[in-house]
Design a protein around this ligand. Structure first.
Ligand SMILES: [Fe+2]
Ligand SMILES: [Fe+2]
Length: 147
């Protein structure tokens, strides 16, 4: 969480130069700490186990976590939270499917057959293949981040 928070702070501080660098550097240190903790907690398995853990996590978010959050956001009339949850839910559905395909390949000891992955920087929509305008939030394909 701290890693993510510092990366976000770094983006916010981008115009201030060295402050952004400080946030990014310490975010990386927090990543190293998290990795060490994860190793010692036995969270990291083999490739297939890791993909299964990813599927389970995404599925939990889709089926339980975000619906519960959304119910509260609905109750409290939190429009920003509802939009943020909707954006995340739509992406998590794709993530779960992508990981399921990846698991099938990993079980055959094969890599996945994908070339480029594009992420919408507004909502996190995740797209494999030639970029398209975001079907979730409407952001133009030109601003997508390529992986
Ligand atoms: Fe996800
Ligand atoms: Fe989007």
């Amino acid at each position: 969480m701290t890693h993510m928070k510092y990366l976000i702070f770094s983006e916010e501080a981008e115009k201030k130069g060295n402050l952004a660098k400080l946030f990014k550097a310490i975010a990386y240190a927090e990543f190293v700490h998290a990795e060490n903790h994860a190793k010692n907690l036995g969270i990291i398995g083999n490739i297939v186990e890791n993909i299964k853990a990813a599927i389970d996590g995404e599925t939990f978010e889709i089926e339980e976590m975000y619906p519960a959050y959304n119910a509260i956001a609905e109750l409290q009339g939190e429009e920003g939270a509802k939009r943020s949850i909707h954006y995340a839910m739509e992406a998590e559905k794709m993530h779960a499917e992508m990981y399921k395909k990846a698991k099938e390949e990993a079980e055959k000891e094969k890599d996945i057959d994908i070339d480029e992955i594009y992420i919408c920087p507004v909502c996190g929509y995740t797209h494999v293949g030639a970029p398209i305008n975001c079907p979730v939030c409407g952001a133009p394909k030109e601003i997508f981040v390529k992986f």
